[in-house]
Design a protein around this ligand. Sequence first.
Ligand code: PEP
Ligand code: MG
Length: 566
Amino acid sequence: MLKGTGVSDGIGIGRVLVIEEHSLEYTPKAITDKKAETERFNDAVKIFCKNTEKQADSLRISAGEKEAEIMLGHISIVKDPYLTGEVEKLINDGQCAESAFENICDMFISIFSSTDDELTKQRAADVRDVKTGILKILLGIDDIDISEAPKGTVLAAKELTPSMAAGINKENIVGIITETGGTTSHSAILARVLEIPAVMSIPDLLKLVQNGNTVIVDGSSGEVLESPDNAQLERYTEKQEQLLRERRELENFRGKVTVSADGERYELVCNIGKPEDAAKALEFDGEGVGLFRTEFLFMDKTSLPSEDEQFREYKKAALILKGKPLIIRTLDIGGDKEIPYMGLKKEDNPFMGFRAIRYCLKNREIFKTQLRAILRASSFGNISIMFPLITCIEELREGTALIEEIKSELRTEGTEFDENIRVGIMVETASAAVIADILAKEADFFSIGTNDLTGYTMSCDRGNSDVSYLYSVLQPSVLRMIKRIIECARENNIPVGMCGEAAADPMMIPLLISFGLTEFSVSAPSVLKVRKCISGWTKQKADEAAKKVMSLDTRQSVYDYLKTVI
Ligand code: PEP
Ligand code: MG
């Protein structure tokens, strides 16, 4: 079995078609007739633009306007006056069209690839694609025409370039496997749009697969099975049919509002770890972001991100969301999240220790830097601030006071920010749940973090297998905590969401509807599933289920009962 990164869900079963890489090697020639060579280059550009327009047209039909735009972007690259001017200069210096064009493209590729910004990095991939396209024309190399691939084809390539992808006919291509590329590459996005199962970043793929062999592509797990036996084929065909049925049904919920069977409206948003994931949230039809875990911005680095760096990241997410809600949680480190350069001391009991808001309030410069960055970004979207691991009202007060101090600094500087930014808290400790009535008087909103709340309520560590039998959100104590938190929020007229994993659990959804939750924040791929689940419950039915559940005295009996009603 081959293992890579699953970038487009689903099961594809078919025969491999290996897309060979043509050698683009050539011997650079010294040019004497510079005019003729410039003309040869200009002709290649014309052919490239004509081919690209054709590919964009077919993409417009198969995948949509946005994907066609990506292809048309290649024309803007090749027609960029600076780029063509520099190529012509090199031809005038005596270089052949191939080497002049390659040299200039390589210069752009190295500039674009050296940045940290994903979108700029993607520009490098686009220039590489354009370079290959023009060189092939200059060298007279013909591409395999993917649009001619027979039904049931699994494409195998080193890299699936956007121009190759443009030839894909989704009736015939049942899977895509590549050696390079990740979740955010254009080809991965395209595979998702076309709903073709795809696995990328499979090491040495082209050495391991053979033209014509049958393979199973599992785009969800990132696995590829070569020459499967009958039992495997049967198992995966069944899985494929089941997935297709579910997907067809779920698609009916795309673009719809999230409402219960009796018309009650809910907010269905996503949990993200990087600004780019905001685009994923929208792609999966999320209505915004209910939890941006900012610690990932700190974990991916070797030193603290500056205020400007953080500002750019928060602003990026806000702009992607175009006014849809974005709840940014301040740094939640410690516990199981370690950041080596921050020099956290080893603790005997890290989950009870110096973490999250506790660390931030004692390291005010770090906290202030982050809050300034968030406040500055707040003028670019609909941002709220959320503090993690609150256990007492003083922490909320201290955090809010710091925000007020920063706001007044920003006013003096003349820096714009959202004056009415909302400041809410994660309710994820037993203490916060018990004093939810006190906290609800000063917090603008609650978001229930069931991942931690379950652990703190049951006094058990979710990573310790010896006590994992206790770790369940269906424990009567945890359910009472959740019910209480929601009731306190409602009594004080503040919104109450849930961003722990339980928000997407079909067993929990009727209980949350009954208790009065207003917002569900889930991982992007769960959005449609949760919307469908919510649509199946009326308040009355949910109340009946909740009443019964709250009368039960063990996790097992709660589980057994809920199994019968979902
Ligand atoms: C939680 O505790 O439920 C939560 C959402 O926070 P995290 O999983 O990041 O600790
Ligand atoms: Mg937590």
